[in-house]
Design a protein around this ligand. Structure first.
Ligand code: GP9
Ligand code: MN
Length: 628
């Protein structure tokens, strides 16, 4: 026998001996790639090949450690588990355009929508995921009975395992690292789970999700003493004990319509570009309303969902990630819940995937009666990310008309979403010298949404809804990211901008309209999204129990505390990342005084209290104690 022949037969022998491993590896790999294609038909396989290959390699590597008859069992079970998981993910995707997470499993009882329509979500083709499991039964049986042909030394088994395992982990780490570079908060916030799954594959997604879930649990496993709980409760009781009664109860019995507008910043208000108003409709509307011109967005890792979370609960965003994701199983004393207690019908409306930002789960926890997501709208026109604001708002009017009164409707727009590249969809608003820039496209997007809002508000008027409703409108967060902020400064004719000035651009408009254009005017109090719920609680006569914000209409002092520890009271501004204080009037830096140091400390504590509430589900505890 010559050397080549020898080599060949050795190779053939290795292949023969490991046919089971190779076969299951290929099968599992193909299934995960097939799933990837199903959730993103437009997607090229290339990007996800490495992480899928590597994650399968890691799982399959363990089989090497078993004896032949045991390892076939391991591989077979692995195949079954992964196949079932992919099928479940696929059905979840068909309904929610999302991937299953541990948190969503925990709330499975809340997910009425999917379970009732599982039949319609299932397609015969899905059985392909299980085909090999049936076909391979005889093969598995044969292998199970096969005695070990020759015993391999433990050391060699371990060496092969190590090589496979380390190779898999290394390739995986590379893909995960690339994601963390591209979008630093994506892995912890899990804001866009489909996108994340496209980048790192289904198995890695589930591994990271489980890790996030467990690590938060472990971090919070130490429970608070009753004294610590009491301290938080007292803080909250003192926080909103103002005796002010300005406009108290004026909204009682009226409908409440809240519109959260995507990426609407304040600098576009009453501003022109190329000789034309950017937001002519909102400008008109705010003249008939109560307009807050020092209102800041306070979002953190949860972006849009944080804006919703604060506005509906007056709790700070989660320390990391999105509260909508990590704390969706908590109990809340939300705006919807309190209005429901006053016999309001409550609904959230948003023309996008129900699962995005975990809304399908979170709205249940926030006690909305119904969530009208993408499935409840006819997606007959798309602009930007999905259903156009035009169509969304038109269809929403019809829904509002059908709601039992009084109602609380929470609407979230979509079209003016970053990167604002659907300029055709936005229409032909000429932004002059800003054509073909991010800022120019942003202005087009906002102008488009303003036009749709104008039509929506007109329609509400015609339908007689305005007369009987308090209508609130605000922006969710910045539109111009830090990377492009120079474009904004140029537009505003600013140069050498410092952190204080940057912060002054982090305002969003808040507009509250009352029937008959009552109570119109401008309120300059320094305030933010944390303050909406307490302010509405005053207008609608709701209890103010567990709120960190303030009722803007009845407080003399401004206060905005940001998740990163920065804060302002309208006179000074503290920028946490440089540990610097500014005097707002003079724009100059000032030294830290004892009082400022105390303030900083106090606010850190406040953020900690809010975290404690989330981490230990304290509203549930407080409410249970109240009932005793
Ligand atoms: C989509 C949307 C976008 O549902 O609300 O969220 P964002 O990316 O702006 O946080
Ligand atoms: Mn948003």
């Amino acid at each position: 026998m010559n050397i080549n022949k020898l080599k060949n037969s050795a190779l053939i022998n290795i292949c023969k001996e490991n046919a089971d491993i190779v076969m299951f590896f290929i099968l599992i790999f193909i299934k995960i790639m097939f799933y990837a294609k199903q959730i993103s038909p437009e997607y090229l396989y290339i990007g996800v090949t490495h992480p899928v290959f590597a994650s399968v390699l890691v799982l399959v590597s363990f089989s090497v450690l078993f004896r032949y008859n045991k390892r076939i069992k391991y591989l077979y079970i692995l195949d079954i588990v992964i196949s079932l998981m992919l099928m479940a993910d696929l059905m979840y995707y068909r309904y929610f355009k999302d991937v299953i997470t541990v948190a969503s499993l925990k709330n499975v009882k809340l997910l009425g929508g999917v379970s009732s329509s599982i039949g319609s979500l299932f397609s015969i083709k899905d059985l392909l995921y299980l085909a090999d499991i049936v076909i391979l039964i005889p093969f598995v049986k044969k292998y199970k009975n096969k005695e070990n042909i020759k015993k391999r030394p433990l050391l060699s088994k371990f060496a092969v395992f190590s090589i496979m395992f380390i190779a898999g982990v290394t390739i995986n780490a590379k893909s995960v690292y690339a994601v963390s570079k591209e979008q630093p908060t994506l892995l912890s916030s899990m804001s866009n789970r489909i996108y994340l799954t496209k980048l790192i594959g289904n198995l890695n997604f589930h591994a990271i999700d489980a890790y996030n879930y467990v690590s938060t649990k472990v971090k919070n496993s130490k429970s608070l003493s009753s004294q610590e709980q009491q301290e938080i409760k007292s803080f909250l009781e003192n926080n909103n004990n103002s005796s002010g009664t300005y406009l108290k109860g004026v909204g009682e019995g009226k409908n409440l319509i809240v519109i959260q507008v995507e990426a609407l910043q304040q600098f576009v208000i009453n501003k022109k570009v190329n000789g034309q108003e950017i937001t002519p409709n909102l400008n008109k509307w705010l003249n008939k309303s109560l307009y807050f011109d020092n209102y800041f967005y306070q979002v953190a890792g949860g972006n849009t969902s944080d804006a919703e979370f604060m506005s509906n609960n007056s709790l700070y965003p989660a320390q990391s990630g999105a509260a909508y994701y990590s704390y969706s199983g908590n109990q809340y004393d939300s705006l919807a819940k309190e209005l429901k207690d006053k016999n309001y019908y409550t609904a959230a409306l948003h023309g996008y995937n129900e699962g995005f930002w975990n809304r399908n789960v979170m709205y249940k926890s926030e006690k909305f009666d119904d969530f009208y997501g993408e499935h409840s709208f006819n997606v007959n026109e798309t602009v930007g990310l999905g259903l156009s604001d035009k169509s969304f708002l038109e269809q929403s009017v019809d829904k509002l008309k059908s709601f039992q009164q009084p109602y609380y409707s929470f609407l979230i727009t979509l079209s003016s979403h970053f990167p604002y590249d659907d300029v055709e969809g936005y229409g032909n608003f000429n932004v002059g010298e800003y054509e073909n820039t991010l800022l120019g496209n942003y202005l087009k997007g906002i102008h488009y949404t303003d036009e749709q809002l104008g039509m929506f508000l007109d329609k509400l008027d015609k339908e007689g809804i305005t007369q009987n409703s308090v209508i609130v409108l605000y922006g969710d967060h910045f539109g111009i990211p830090r990377d492009n902020v120079e474009e904004l400064y140029k537009f505003e004719n600013m140069s050498n901008v410092n952190d204080l000035q940057w912060f002054q651009y982090q305002k969003v408009p808040l507009i509250i309209h009352f029937p008959e254009d009552a109570n119109k005017g401008v309120n300059h109090t320094y305030s933010g999204q944390m303050d909406l719920y307490p302010t509405l609680a005053n207008l609608f006569n709701l209890p103010k129990q567990y709120m960190f914000g303030k009722d803007i209409l009845n407080s003399d002092n401004g206060k905005v505390l940001f998740r990163n520890g920065s804060f302002t009271d309208g006179n000074i501004f503290y920028v946490s990342w440089t540990n610097t204080y500014y005097d707002i009037k003079s724009g100059k830096q000032i030294e830290e005084t004892d009082e400022l140091a105390r303030m900083k400390e106090k606010y850190n504590k406040e953020l900690q209290y809010s975290d404690d509430i989330l981490n230990h589900n304290l509203i549930k505890v407080f409410e249970a104690n109240n009932k005793k």
